[in-house]
Write a new protein. Structure first.
Length: 442
């Protein structure tokens, strides 16, 4: 019978939740989901001085936001609690007592030391293969102030919580020989280990740290990132699916995720790729979800004025989804739909000037007043003018886009004009015709 997988994410809440921690949590969560196992969240807060309430709160909020909900742990409970190390002192005392009984500890200068075995330790690591490490010296497991040390509580809890696979950052590989000494001392078989490669900064050779740009999960939440896009990007940071597809839904990732696909080499953080992944997910959101998320973004950014006419807002959103790169840019991206009084992009204006924009607009104003105002009719009318006047279609298209939106990029022109409506388009053209194109102040 296959063993029921039990994995855990065991953060110490000492600062804001960063993407390194998020990826460790994600790999554990994915492995539990893939195998039908249990994902435990254990808070390693035994070092009271370094832990803060705020970081615990940000940790729980960010995990939930990413969709990495836990089967056992804070708020949900479980059979192996408490899940805060600060509440497990009695368990630690009992386990220390067991080591005393086995004559595996001694006291020196008030601290309690573990006697090491003097044997070579073999770490059974899924990613690195068997790793041989020798722990030459006895080490402290309880400080003289009576508090237990990380190695001790970490192993006690992994045993007590019946953890089958320890998936954590490679920076813990060097601690693992101490951990194996502890398993031996209690005569308990060790779990399998998977020490995952580090995340390096975008440039240079250093490890990504909390101070590096783009490292805090909270920032992505604040910028209205799609959590599934962050999950997609982080999953591929150190793990490779067998296919070379890199835009994946969470479901697809769960289906193919396996520890054997985790790379040995370190991964490099690439914010551009993360932004690209987010844009791709955004493009593929179901229409209704795009609408609901847009409402949330517009509320949070105080754009209630866009809500006056829901049917209109829906039309606007339906034509911008394909072109929008991030929800953060949504309010600015659609603002011109809601006011004729938008600003013109000065650089774009310079480009437009080479098309003799006023002449172009004058040539089509009558036409736009008379044709049915819907995308295909507008398109054929503009094409006809372009042929008749022997002026490239692009000159009309760019000029019109600029005159009605003040910008050079946006949703498809014909759909955009139709949504704006005839009256507003003509009004915007009139406004453009009054501009002094030679003035630098627009
Ligand atoms: N509290 C440790 C950390 O945050 C946990 C290490 C482990 O996963 O075993 O690094």
């Amino acid at each position: 019978m296959m063993t029921h997988v039990r994995v855990r994410f065991a953060p110490s809440p000492t600062g804001y939740f960063h993407i390194g921690g998020a990826r460790t949590a994600l790999f554990n969560w994915l492995y539990a989901k893939h195998t039908g196992g249990t994902f435990v969240l254990r808070i390693e807060d035994s070092d009271a001085e370094r832990n803060t309430k705020e970081s615990l709160k940000s940790l729980l909020t960010d995990l939930k936001w990413m969709g990495l909900t836990w089967d056992e742990g804070p708020e949900v409970g479980g059979n192996y609690g408490p899940y805060y190390q600060s509440e497990r002192s009695e368990i630690y005392q009992t386990c220390l007592e067991a080591l005393r009984q086995r004559d595996r500890v001694y006291e020196k200068e008030g601290a309690i030391w573990l006697k090491v075995s003097g044997q070579m330790q073999v770490i059974d690591d899924v990613i690195h293969g068997p790793v041989h490490r020798f722990e030459g010296k006895d080490f402290v497991i309880y400080r003289s102030n009576g508090t237990p040390v990380f190695h001790f509580v970490n192993v006690v809890d992994d045993i007590a919580m019946k953890i089958t696979h320890v998936i954590r950052g490679e920076d813990h590989l060097s601690n693992t020989s101490k951990h194996l000494e502890l398993y031996k001392a209690w005569d308990v078989p060790a779990p399998k280990f998977a020490h995952i490669p580090l995340i390096l900064k975008t440039e240079g050779s250093g490890k990504m740290s909390k101070r590096d740009q783009g490292s805090l999960v909270e920032m992505y939440r604040d910028k209205f990132f799609l959590p599934d896009a962050l999950v997609n990007y982080l999953a591929l940071l150190g793990w490779s699916p067998k296919s070379d597809k890199d835009i994946l839904s969470v479901k697809e990732i769960i289906n193919v995720f396996d520890l054997s696909g985790i790379n040995k080499t370190h991964a490099r953080f690439d914010e551009k790729k993360l932004n690209f992944t987010n844009a791709e997910h955004l493009k593929h959101l179901p229409k209704e979800e795009f609408y609901t998320r847009s409402l949330h973004v517009l509320k949070a950014t105080r754009c209630e004025r866009f809500f006056e006419d829901d049917a209109y807002l829906r039309q606007v959103l339906s034509i911008v989804q394909e072109k929008l790169r991030s929800f953060e840019s949504l309010p600015h991206f659609i603002a011109f739909f809601f006011s004729n009084d938008f600003e013109y992009d000065v650089q774009e204006m310079r480009k437009i000037c080479k098309y003799s924009p006023k002449e172009r607009l004058v040539e089509i104003t009558d036409l736009l007043s008379n044709i049915p105002f819907e995308p295909t009719a507008i398109e054929s009318a503009l094409k006809a003018v372009s042929i008749q006047r022997q002026v490239p279609l692009g000159h009309y298209v760019h000029t019109l886009r600029f005159a009605v939106s003040g910008r050079g990029v946006g949703p498809g022109l014909y759909a955009m004009l139709a949504v704006l409506g005839r009256a507003s388009v003509l009004e915007r053209i009139r406004r453009f015709l009054t501009l002094d194109l030679n003035s630098s102040a627009l």
